[in-house]
Every structure is written in C-alpha cells, then in structure tokens.
Design a protein around this ligand. Structure first.
Ligand code: SAH
Length: 382
C-alpha cells in the first residue's frame, strides 16, 4: 500500500467497515487505523479496491476525474515522441491514475474501453471531460474486454458522443498514412503500442526481404517498405486485417517493394516456409497475447519458443529476427530466456542488438510494474 500500488486484492483486506455498496468510494486504513489511500470498492472482484489517491485531502468527485483526464491528455500533448503522429493513446489506465480507462485518439475519433466498475461509474464525467477538452468528432465505446467479467460489469458498445465515422479513419503515424477501422478493427483499431518499434525495426529493412508475421493491417510492412525493403510477405489469420494492409500499402507514395499477403495460421505458414527452404533478411514476429494469467505462462512459453525456433531458422546469416511478446505475465528476463532456448534448438547463435518496449503513450508507472507488458528483442542471427 505504501508502495502506491493501485490494486488492493480482497485477500489482503482484514475487515470492511460500514456497508459500502460496490462502486462506492472507500477509505483504506492500516491495522493501526492510519489512513492509507482512497479508492472504489467492488466486492465481486478479486481486485476489491481500485485505489485512486494517496492524498487524504483529495476527494473522488467529478473534479477528480476531470483533473486526471486533463493531466493525461496534457502529457501526450507535450510528448516529443508523438509529434508526427495523429493516432495515440490518451489514457492508459493505472499508468495515468485512471484504472480501467483506456482512451485512444484517432485523429479526433476517440475510442474508449472501460474495464472496471470504478471507471464504468465515472463514464459520464469521463466523456464530458474528454468532450470539453478535445472537442472530438466522436467518442465510441468498445468495452468488450475479458476483464469486465471479473468485475461483473456488462460489456458495452456504442456512441457516447458525436457521430461515428462513415468508414475507416485517416491517421498518420511517424508521418506515414494509415487507415484505421475504429469500429470493427481489433482492440481499438490499431496497435499503437508498436509505433516506435515499427520505426526501429524498419531501419534494418533497406534492401531486405522481410517476413512480417502477424501483420494485422500491415503497419510494420509499410514502415519496412518506406525504408527500402525489397520485398515484404505479410501473414495473418485475419483476411479483413490483410485487406486493410493492402489499402494501407496503397496509400504510400509508390514503394518499389514487392508486397504479398497470406491469410494463414502463423505456425503452419512458418513450417511451410521451412519445408520450402525459404530465407529472409528480416523476420518480424508480433503474435497476440499468449498468456493472460500466470497459470498460462508455461503453455505460452512453449508457444513462443516454437514460433521463434522456426523463425530463427528462416533468417539468412547476418539477418535480423525482431521478436515480440505482449503477455504482461511473461517478463523481459523470461522472454529473453525463451528466445535463447529457441535459438539453441534451431542451432543458431544470435546477438541481442536492441531491446524494445511499448511506445511512450503507454507509459510504465513505476509503482505499477504490471503496466509494462510489451517487450521485443532485435536479434542479429549469426
Ligand atoms: N504487427 C501488428 C499487430 C499484430 S497483433 C501491427 O503492427 O499492427 C496480432 C495479429 O495476429 C492480429 O492481427 C491477429 O489477427 C493475428 N493472429 C492471431 N493468431 C494468429 C495465428 N495463429 N496465425 C496468424 N495470425 C494470427
């Protein structure tokens, strides 16, 4: 508690005084009676209190939510890494002092994901604050996160403010154009957390044959082509995603790059590449989250290892494997061990030349290390 961790688990509560209803603001005290923090209680959930302030004089009223939203938005406005980008995460949950609130901005079309009871109770004031601060074209809600179930909050989708876009939204990221389907795309429409990594990985792609696994809407491919890739193969299990990848590639100023799209299961596709003796200069592996809970770590570790073992085998000597995990429960040290076993099993030596993490609009709150979830290794494969 004194470490300002924003989650209080039910198991660490000795007693509940009064009869707070779920969604009420409560004070948390030590056994000695000393005031520690204030938050919102939800006794249906394992995380029984979402802590919101460690300042006894700070009330959790409308002004509190307004203030937190404003601070989060101002941080992004001042972030130099977001200068050439119109698609960004404005609010990243606990990291911005707003547990259960995700808000992404796609050039004025905002997409919100609410995943806690505390946040869902504050929805109206959150929407009002965003509308007043940013005058967005619309605010859409896409709260269908798995975590809602644990909080016993119903999934919700719809328009909270303004008018939804008629089709995909035009955005730019690091100066490059993309179309984002904010209504039907995965998550809120785009994987904003990989923004900086796309630019970094692209630097290895000049003249390269690139295999872009888990391509989604082709954002890594677009960056690679812009950096002079000779060819890019995009692989994803989602046909809609790859259709959008084609649209995105066509938006770029004439990339002289041979781009192909393969709807396939990644594991099967990689094995087929191996069987055919295909080789690439750069292989990008950006799979979905394999582990959602600590109980899934072992199984996920095996899946990451399998994927990367085959991935290593497809890289030409001296080439690059850029490999990612967005499973928060697998930390950077474990991920590196998994990648090491994969290299060993494929009998390749490799050097780590860059360590990557989530973009700056997904900041890691030091008091909440769980907010660090994305890690990537750029390996030079010998
Ligand atoms: N690299 C992308 C984000 C990848 S998200 C970007 O920069 O935008 C993970 C992607 O993996 C999703 O597009 C999802 O459709 C795809 N996917 C999930 N399981 C898959 C599988 N078994 N085989 C191939 N693709 C898969």
């Amino acid at each position: 508690m004194r470490g300002r961790h924003p989650r209080l688990f039910s198991g660490s509560i000795k007693s509940v005084e009064g009869r707070p209803r779920d969604g009420d603001v409560v004070d948390v005290r030590a056994n000695t009676g000393e005031w520690l923090a204030r938050g919102v209680i939800n006794q249906q959930a394992q995380i029984a209190v979402r802590l919101l302030t460690w300042d006894e004089s700070e009330d959790i009223d409308d002004d509190f939510w307004r203030r937190r939203v404003k601070q989060a938005v101002e941080r992004r406005a001042r972030d130099p890494l977001l200068a050439d980008t119109s698609a960004r995460r404005l609010i990243f949950g606990e990291s911005d002092g707003l547990p259960g609130v995700i808000v992404d901005d796609y050039a004025g079309y905002l997409v919100a994901q609410i995943s806690t009871l505390a946040a869902s109770r504050a929805k109206q004031i959150l929407v009002e604050s965003l509308a007043a601060l940013l005058s967005p074209r619309c605010i859409l809600e896409r709260s269908d996160d798995e975590r809602l179930k644990h909080e016993r909050v119903a999934a919700a989708r719809g328009v909270l403010f303004g008018d939804p876009p008629a089709g995909p939204v035009d955005v730019f990221e690091n100066g490059m154009r993309f179309k984002v389907d904010v209504q039907a795309g995965q998550k809120t429409g785009f994987y904003l957390d990989q923004r900086e990594n796309r630019a970094r990985v692209a630097r290895y792609c000049d003249g390269a044959d690139v295999l872009n696994m888990f391509a989604y809407t082709g954002a890594f491919a677009v960056c690679a082509a812009a950096r002079g890739a000779r060819s890019v193969v995009n692989v994803d299990s989602s046909q809609e995603a790859l259709r959008m990848a084609e649209v995105n590639m066509a938006l770029q100023p004439a990339p002289a790059c041979a781009v192909t799209y393969q709807v396939a299961d990644a594991f099967e596709y990689l094995r087929a590449c191996r069987a055919q003796g295909m080789q690439f200069d750069v292989v990008i592996l950006d799979p979905p989250k394999f582990a959602h809970a600590p109980s899934q770590i072992d199984r996920a570790a095996r899946a990451y290892k399998d994927l990367n073992r085959v991935g290593f085998g497809l890289v030409r000597p001296g080439g690059i494997l850029a490999t990612f995990s967005c499973s928060g429960v697998i930390d950077a040290a474990l991920f590196q061990k998994i990648i090491f076993s994969a290299a060993l099993e494929s009998a390749r030596d490799a050097q780590v030349i860059e360590r990557l993490t989530q973009a700056s609009d997904h900041p890691v709150l030091l008091s909440f290390p769980e907010s660090e979830y994305l890690k990537g290794l750029v390996c030079r494969v010998l």
